[in-house]
Write a protein that binds this ligand. Structure first.
Ligand code: ASP
Length: 343
């Protein structure tokens, strides 16, 4: 008889495992052992499950790159022992974490599924059980003895997405995430249907590479009409700054004011990388499409194409942590590494 898949559940915190303080009413994380007791259904799944918990469980608003390394190391230590991984994480910053993890693992050949919930698992109307159970089923899904999914994904409210394509769009609805520029990889209804053509191709024969060096001396600068020279100057002159994600308008457009152009040029001259991403939820940066982006293209700004801001931040932290020459950086950033942007 074929061996049933062995899944590791990694609990980092988030609403899924929270409980309400009976005095103050605030929601705070609680012990993971109690979480598993809440879902006896897990015993009926066609896989075996082990679990491990963060040393300190957190609300994901306290997430930072050190915790990303902690998640990575848990997966690394257990990579050979398990067939798939499910990471329970608060929804607030799940897209950032899951994007970062996608870059930190090169040639992944096993599923890593992030999930969480909008209501704690102990609540009667909770969305946690469906999210958790289906995520485990996805992590355990195999075809001809091989995992169906071999990438980092995010599962929420009946949909499986490529993690580095997602963004949180709703703080109340169970349907909290969307993947604006890439279709869902699976939908769960009566059946669990995979959109196989859209999944990343397996790199089963390539050796896995795990990279934990991240550079977080970067900034997210969102333009708005009226932003002052003083504000932009003070941000671009931050001591030790290595990279800027510049959130521009529409298809990557920005002011043509002389002071603005001068500030960007000076920043680039100091070796600081600037990536142009759009404030629009859907669509892509197309440098040179308008006069208001032609100057950015000429300057050598990096196009973030249709990447999400979350993924752009994670990709920049990842690439700045690697030994990449200035000349290569732009080309590599503009190339899809884990399916995070269009070709
Ligand atoms: N504040 C929570 C967190 O991100 C929200 C959630 O889990 O949905 O940890």
């Amino acid at each position: 008889m074929a061996k049933v898949p062995h899944i590791l559940l990694i609990y980092t915190g988030g609403t899924i495992g929270m409980t309400q303080d009976f005095k103050t009413g605030v929601l705070k994380p609680f012990n993971f052992d109690k979480l598993l007791v809440q879902i006896p259904e897990l015993k009926h799944l066609n896989c075996t499950i082990d679990s491990v918990s963060f040393k300190e469980i957190i609300d994901s608003s306290n997430m930072n790159p050190d915790y990303w390394v902690e998640i990575t190391e848990i997966i690394e230590e257990n990579y050979q022992k398990f067939d798939g991984f499910v990471v329970l994480h608060g929804s607030d910053t799940m897209s950032y974490t899951a994007s970062a993890i996608s870059f930190m693992f090169e040639n992944l050949s096993k599923p890593v599924i992030f999930t969480g919930s909008q209501l704690p698992i102990g609540y009667l109307r909770t969305d946690a059980k469906e999210n958790l159970i289906t995520s485990i089923e996805i992590a355990a899904a195999q075809k001809n003895g091989k995992p169906v999914v071999t990438e980092v994904c995010l599962y929420f409210e009946y949909k499986l997405y490529r993690a580095n394509r997602t963004t949180k769009i709703n703080s109340e609805h169970f349907n909290a995430f969307t993947s604006p520029n890439y279709p869902a990889l699976a939908e769960s209804g009566v059946h669990l249907k995979f959109n196989e053509a859209m999944l990343l191709k397996t790199r089963r024969f390539k050796k896995i590479k795990i990279r934990k060096k991240l550079e977080n001396n970067i900034v997210l600068l969102k333009l708005f009409p009226g932003i002052t020279e003083k504000t932009i100057k003070s941000i671009l002159e931050i001591d030790g700054l290595k990279g800027v994600i510049l959130e521009t308008y529409g298809s990557g457009n920005a002011p043509t004011d002389i002071w603005f152009v001068k500030l960007l040029k000076e920043t680039l001259k100091r070796g600081i990388k600037i990536v142009d991403v759009t404030q629009c939820v859907e669509g892509s940066v197309i440098l040179g499409h308008y006069e208001t982006s032609e100057h950015l293209q000429k300057m050598g700004l990096i196009s973030g194409k249709d990447i999400t801001t979350e993924s752009a931040l994670a990709k920049m932290m990842y690439l700045l942590g690697q030994k990449i020459s200035d000349a290569e950086f732009k080309e590599i950033f503009e190339t899809p590494l884990r399916g995070e942007m269009a070709e």
